[in-house]
Design a protein around this ligand. Structure first.
Ligand code: BTN
Length: 265
């Protein structure tokens, strides 16, 4: 069923989200959020769609966004550029907000750096942040969230790696309540960010993260492959890895997987 935005707006406790703009069908909510004219943009504006015809995923992948089956949305932020080195935390707080909301459904998920939410190793939610400078000292930062809610089937390409809340709970999920929770959580975390409580955000993230102290393989943006053990998340949200060579390396982005060979040792 189509999302009832009025119910969501009436039930949100926070005052941070000024407006939720709903569209039945868009190419990508991130694309819309980035293209929107400056005079229409307000901090906290949420763009949400019933379906996306060209949903964007990380690493130039597509994000499958079938009609009325998930929450496909972008939250627009206008952060001060002096915190630019902390922007990765804005994606992390998006993931924390979703994870907390699904905990209320008694679902225990894990966070996979940099921005996936997994349930038993299958993907429940992906986040894609994009930003651009809009002049002055402010940037337009878009936190894109794709949460699989009510699918009962996935196409062949992703069926082994994806899961929805409905599949976990074996019942249809109320999207309005879920969205209210996510946006209320986000507003709390964003106020932590604005108050520069970066350590608290990172500590919460580390508690929920699946890969700390695990042996992993990173396929980095420079198309190189690194093996090592995750030792930390830095204050800016980067992944710190002790490589097999003994050297420490931090990654700002990349595709990370558990090194299955290390489990056999
Ligand atoms: C990923 O895991 O690859 C990230 C997926 C992000 C998907 C969301 S859905 C809403 C927003 N708009 C987009 O085009 N993408 C993000």
């Amino acid at each position: 069923m189509k999302l009832d935005i009025k119910v969501v707006q009436d039930n949100m406790k926070n005052k941070f989200i000024p407006e939720i703009k709903y569209f039945d069908s868009v190419t990508s909510t991130n694309e819309l959020a980035l293209k929107m004219e400056d005079n229409l943009v307000k901090e906290g504006l949420v763009i949400i769609a019933g379906e996306q015809t060209k949903g964007r995923g990380r690493l130039k992948r597509n994000w499958h966004s079938p009609k009325n089956k998930g929450l496909w949305m972008s939250i627009i932020l206008l952060p001060e550029q002096n915190n630019k080195d902390k922007y990765a935390l804005l994606t992390l707080i998006g993931a924390l907000s979703v994870q907390e909301a699904i905990k209320d459904l008694d679902i225990n998920s894990t966070l996979k750096w940099p921005n996936d939410i997994l349930y038993r190793n299958k993907k429940l939610c992906g986040l894609l942040s994009q930003f651009e400078s809009i002049g002055g000292s402010i940037d337009r930062f878009v936190v894109g969230i794709g949460l699989n809610v009510n699918q009962n089937i996935f196409n062949d390409e992703i069926k082994d790696t994806s899961i929805s809340l409905r599949m976990i709970k074996n019942e249809k999920i109320n999207k309005e309540n879920l969205l209210v929770n996510i946006l209320d959580n986000f507003s709390n975390y964003y106020s932590m960010f604005k108050n520069e409580k970066f350590n608290e955000i990172i500590d919460t993230w580390k508690k929920e993260m699946s890969m700390l102290h695990k042996n992993i393989i990173v396929n980095s943006l420079d198309k190189k492959r690194y093996k090592g053990k995750v030792i930390d998340i830095t204050k800016s949200g980067e992944l710190k890895v002790q490589l097999d060579s003994g050297e420490n390396k931090t990654f700002i982005a990349g595709d990370v997987s558990i090194d299955k060979n290390s489990l056999k040792l």
